[in-house]
Design a protein around this ligand. Structure first.
Ligand code: SAM
Ligand code: SF4
Length: 343
């Protein structure tokens, strides 16, 4: 329990888990809905949460504010697709007060890019400086295949709008065997040519999908070894607060990140917790244990109950996850999809 940890008085409200890790990064899935159906993320016929279970934007703001008061310095809105939630700019606008006060260091977003044309400049007005855009291929036909419902032109238009608005962009690409292996190098050259970082991600066994994940899983250790045949990759200490490890690619002068939940577990330095749009707090992406914050939030106008529920939850943050993708392991590590917990 976190209560057993001796802390200096000014750090009394900080969140420190049983393994001594400071929790300073909150990812919030503001909706489980999405305008795409990426094959590794969702099944085509998803059942979404009933609207009545979903926190209002005011409630999300209140919860985020409690986390900021408890030491969260970085807040990432994600989903589902965060920009399809109605009035989402009002949440950005309200949360930006914590940037102005200095309590929060970064307010950011992970998006599929489909709505960026509409929202990029408003987000800049609300203090957003960097965003992650998920893009697994720049081949229009393959893009349609992987997202099922997405339109590459719209996403490219969104990326251009975000660049024009002055947002720094990191492209997140899930590396998938027999799908985009041969696009990693062209994608890297394109991103670096455009002044964007690229991060590669290993697919994780989260939620039931139609495909067999063994057919999709591509270890990034293999990708890295292949890149080393042609490129010089220099490990650099660059950090964005997330789990990526970065190299600088000498030939392009750009940064390449690797997120390796499968081949290299990064849990020892985990500083994150994840909140769903129903107010459920997951202390680990790869574990089922969770804490309900909606009831304590709604039970009182003050924040004491919810603050106590958060402390109790942080006190049982697990040491880490253990993902397996192989022919013998048919069921996912956890039943919920990535779109519920937020990437
Ligand atoms: N809709 C937004 C987007 O696509 O960026 C935000 C939510 S999405 C769940 C966040 C990230 O999770 C995306 O980069 C997506 O590629 C990644 N993702 C989804 N399912 C995944 C899985 N099973 N394994 C690894 N990454 C996954
Ligand atoms: Fe939607 Fe993002 Fe999941 Fe794709 S990865 S289905 S864009 S939530």
């Amino acid at each position: 329990m976190s209560t057993s940890i001796q802390m200096p008085a000014d750090a009394a409200s900080e969140m420190i888990d049983p393994f001594g890790r400071h929790v300073s990064y909150l990812r919030v899935s503001v909706t489980d809905r999405c305008d795409f159906r990426c094959v590794y993320c969702m099944s085509e016929n998803m059942t979404f949460l009933p609207k009545k279970d979903i926190l209002t934007l005011e409630e999300l703001d209140r919860l985020c504010t409690v986390f900021v008061e408890k030491g969260v310095k970085k807040l990432r809105l994600t989903g589902g697709e965060p920009l399809v939630r109605r009035n989402i700019m009002s949440l950005f606008e309200n949360l930006s007060r914590h940037l102005k006060s200095g309590a929060l260091e970064e307010l950011t977003l992970t998006t599929n890019g489909s709505q960026l044309e509409k929202y990029a400049s408003q987000m800049v007005d609300h203090g957003v400086r960097r965003i992650n855009v998920s893009l697994d291929t720049i081949d229009a036909k393959k893009f349609k295949d992987i997202t099922r419902w997405g339109d590459l032109d719209k996403v490219m238009g969104g990326i251009r709008a975000a660049q024009a608005a002055g947002l720094a962009i990191k492209i997140n690409m899930v590396a998938l065997k027999n799908f985009n292996e041969d696009e990693i190098e062209p994608m890297m050259k394109w991103c670096h040519g455009e002044g964007m970082d690229l991060t590669l991600i290993e697919t994780m066994p989260l939620g039931e999908i139609e495909e067999d994940r063994t057919d999709q899983y591509l270890p990034l250790s293999v990708v890295r070894a292949n890149l080393l045949d042609k490129y010089s990759l220099e490990d650099i200490p660059y950090k964005t607060g997330g789990p990526a490890r970065y190299v600088e690619v000498r030939e392009t002068g750009g940064r390449l990140g690797f997120i390796t939940p499968m081949t290299h577990n990064f849990c020892e330095s985990c500083n994150r917790v994840r909140l769903t749009c129903t107010g459920t707090l997951y202390m680990c992406l790869g574990q089922d244990d969770a804490a309900d914050l909606r009831d304590p939030l709604r039970a009182s106008e003050g924040n004491e109950l919810v603050s106590a529920a958060i402390d109790e939850a942080i006190g049982r943050k697990p040491k880490g996850h253990d993902f397996i993708i192989d022919r013998r392991t048919k069921s996912p590590a956890v039943t919920r999809h990535m779109s519920v917990t937020g990437g």
